[in-house]
Design a binder for this molecule. Sequence first.
Ligand code: DGL
Length: 270
Amino acid sequence: MAVGVFDSGLGGLTVFDAVARRLPDVPFVYLGDNAHAPYGVRTPDDIFNLTCRSVERLWDEGCDLVILACNTASAAALRRMQETWIPADKRVLGVFVPLIEALTERQWGDNSPPREVAVQHVALFATPATVSSRAFQRELAFRAIGVDVEAQPCAGVVDAIEQGDEMLAEALVHSHVEALKRRMPRPQAAILGCTHYPLLERVFREALGPEVKVYSQADIVAESLADYLSRHTHMRGRGGQTRFLTTGDPVAVSHKATQFLRRRLEFEAA
Ligand code: DGL
């Protein structure tokens, strides 16, 4: 048994890296649906169907607990999956709620009524599908009042990252940050609401300026998974090796993944 980590492509490796460092004894199976990336320009139905298919694949690998290391799937599909599809003996957790709990200064699972929080002006950078789902605003409204969110759909950034075109990705980040700042000149906090974006965190920070607090989703998710596994020890895998699966070309994906994480990763065909 292992813990499953899913993303449309390579971005989820930023989350995998943080959870694997935080939980060195837990075996993971990472699945990238590279054949169908990016998800961020797809319809909610499409994202739901593709995500369910990948989660089933991870269940076949013995992963009763799957982390959707993909904001697009978490925003556009997770609620529907939980309400209509996931059997009682399996768990699928997203990356959105831990981030919002950190932003609103809450402990895991604190369901007390929404209250005022320190941060009032939040910039959200995410894929077009995540932005149009409005899942971030919905989850935030359960926990905080009076927070103004300005969301920027960052078209093209995931594609440029998946294709390894760093210059294009950097230029796109600058133009998306400028577009957001025209609507919200002084954000206090910025959420990099796509697991691909930490690969460009330096560029986001430069473009946003030093006074903006940038939330690091990967570390927040790692803490929250460690906390979850300490309370649900039967979901914690034992023994076994961490493996990397892809629906794309394993040779090409291994090459890009190795560039991203700056260490050798070997993908197998899913
Ligand atoms: N990395 C994913 C996310 O967090 C998906 C990006 C995509 O496939 O468009 O949103």
